[in-house]
Design a protein around this ligand. Structure first.
Ligand code: SF4
Ligand code: MG
Length: 282
């Protein structure tokens, strides 16, 4: 794939000003940069779900798979297990991964499967014209809640951290250099890497004025400290106005699911030997 720009000739149908453009641009730039450093682009697989974000699979010229709604993580898990040499990147929406696919997100984090998960979090269902999602703030007025939601948003970073995610970060589409750095770092991390990207939906939810005012880069933070990560992640709960930290909150190295899976003895004799060895304290 030498000389590629990673741009397909598919007609782009995102609304003008959509934050998806920024994520596409950042991911494309990172992949091209990593390819120039030796990453074989043939071994990159992009899995997307259902929603406006999913068109990333149409617009980025890499191997890709459109999963059904909420099923990005199980499809990506199968791909990563079948061939652990692949670089598997998941793009999913907030409606996709935090509602329909929430259980799959939690289990992918719990297993520490070697995936890079980029959530296009515009805090609304864009494709279906503006219904509230699990990260829409309390009181959000959309097509399905004209008088405002009566339930609070949850904090996806807190959820993924509690589920066992070994790399937890937050980016913002209007902070492009940082977003690229976060994506690059997440791809390099072995194990489950998760980036919640605050994204503007130009048509149904555009809080960029608040994000621009409240977002700040994490500095002087130790990403190996679980308690510190918890505290920083809780600084903003996705409902009230508060400082919004951007960066990597938590990052530790642990054996990935694929590594444990490969080390697990497969035959009855191997299993018995492994159990015996374990009981004998070897
Ligand atoms: Fe982007 Fe929103 Fe338009 Fe979908 S509806 S393409 S998320 S601006
Ligand atoms: Mg959305």
């Amino acid at each position: 794939m030498t000389g590629t720009t990673l741009v397909t000739d598919a007609q782009n149908t995102w609304c003008p000003g959509c934050g998806n453009f920024s994520i596409q641009h950042a991911l494309r730039a990172v992949l091209l940069e990593m390819a120039s450093e030796g990453l074989p682009l043939e071994q990159v697989v992009l899995v997307t779900g259902i929603g406006c974000h999913a068109k990333m699979a149409d617009y980025l010229d890499v191997n890709s798979f459109y999963a059904i709604h909420g099923r990005v993580m199980p499809v990506a898990t199968g791909i990563a297990l079948a061939n652990p040499d692949l670089t598997v990147i998941c793009c999913a929406g907030d409606g996709d991964a935090y509602a329909e696919g929430l259980d799959h997100l939690i289990f992918a984090a719990k297993r520490n499967i070697n995936l890079t998960v980029i959530i296009h979090n515009n805090r609304v269902y864009g494709l279906t014209t503006g219904q509230y999602t699990p990260t829409s703030p309390l009181g959000f007025r959309g097509r399905s809640t004209p008088k405002g939601t009566v339930e609070k948003a949850f904090n996806p970073l807190e959820l993924v951290l509690a589920s066992g995610g070994t790399h937890v970060a937050r980016g913002y589409t209007r902070k492009q250099p940082m977003l690229k750095a976060l994506i690059r770092e997440a791809i390099r991390h072995r194990g489950f890497s998760f980036i919640d990207v605050l994204q503007i939906c130009a048509t149904y939810n555009d809080p960029h004025e608040a994000y621009d005012r409240l977002a700040y880069p994490l500095t002087g933070h130790n990403p190996g400290d679980f308690d510190a990560a918890c505290r920083k992640i809780r600084e903003w709960d996705y409902n009230r106005e508060a400082p919004i930290a951007l960066g990597t909150f938590y990052s530790v190295e642990e054996p990935s699911f694929e590594e444990r899976f490969r080390l697990t003895p497969q035959s009855p004799a191997e299993r018995e030997a492994a159990i015996r060895s374990h009981l004998e304290g070897n």
